[in-house]
Design a protein around this ligand. Sequence first.
Ligand code: FMN
Ligand code: EPS
Length: 361
Amino acid sequence: MGNSFGKLFKITTFGESHGLALGVIIEGCPAGLKIDEAKLIAEMQRRKPGQSKITTQRKEEDEFEIKSGVFEGMTTGTPIGIVINNSDQKSKDYSHISDKFRPSHADFTYFEKYGLRDYRGGGRSSARETAARVVAGAIAKQLLETKGITIQAYVSQVGDLKLEKSHGELDLSQAENNIVRCPDPQIAEEMIALIDSVRKDRDTIGGVVSCVIKNTPVGIGEPVFDRLHAELGKAMLSINAVKGFEYGSGFEGVKMRGSEHNDTFVQDGDKVRTLTNHSGGIQGGISNGEDIYFKVAFKPVATIMTDQDSVNEAGETVVVSGKGRHDPCVVPRAVPIVEAMAALVIADYILLAKSNKLQDF
Ligand SMILES: Cc1cc2nc3c(=O)[nH]c(=O)nc-3n(C[C@H](O)[C@H](O)[C@H](O)COP(=O)(O)O)c2cc1C
Ligand SMILES: C=C(O[C@@H]1CC(C(=O)O)=C[C@@H](OP(=O)(O)O)[C@H]1O)C(=O)O
């Protein structure tokens, strides 16, 4: 029913924004992985609401409890069950729109699909659900660390303000040093000021999260329908408010000739490398060992703090007035979500690649 993701490293999430709790069941994580809980907590802190003036002011610590599948700090190979309690729901903020549809949120489509809905905080459609993905993704990241694979996302655009440099030209270690998570400190300041001014206008703004995955081995990806970039695309497009995904040269690549765009192969010691990386580390749906990089576009948040025309469940014309604690821009908190989803894909696809060749059997 669309609540699970992955084939071998598989997650199933549950929970609503204003319910008692959220959580995730992780199946397929190999036994014997040492879990560093401090790292899981750190990932949750990066995503949690209420972290700065440019995020929703809902205060959730996003503490989690590992209920199963980990014994004496090691995964046991059995399902890992994790629960995150909700503690700061303000469902009253939603009573005035309990039968009204917020323009461009999921109120109308959930109501039409199921015939009823948990209107409190957007229910299941809320990005609160992504807390469960982030804790699962943090475990996947630890699995990937054992192979030296790293994943880093950062904010590369807010509205019209964008980084012109590619990931290789930036010092990505700077990204976590500011509240918007942009690696260029100067542009970060401008982005923060822009989000803050949009927030003061009681409006919202979109942005782009870029991500780079390093040290993926050659040969990961399942042609033809489960090409690595197709799965990354699905993972990213499953995140709330995502409107676009591009990898490698993406939409800009259409302006180039093949003679400029082709990535020349060179032998580098015992490895085949490419001189450029317009392919984004993936060719034919299979990783080629170069950096995998992609961008994810997020729309401006639907819930704005001004009156908007809409309709209600009875089909009457109504005004929806903005209320509650909402993100003026999602990208600062989307960074760890993008990383988590990328980690889940790569962990899953490394396990799948064990069936590539007879010698791996
Ligand atoms: C990190 C994050 C935070 C979000 N915060 C809000 C919010 O405060 N208010 C809101 O209306 N939408 C927010 N959204 C987006 C909604 O969850 C999303 O727009 C809604 O579920 C409808 O789905 P769609 O935009 O994917 O069609 C957020 C999304 C993300 C990724
Ligand atoms: C609570 C979180 O973000 C929420 C995402 C969200 C939405 O519509 O997606 C709407 C707001 O929910 P509420 O109005 O219930 O506070 C945000 O605060 C979170 O990410 O943990």
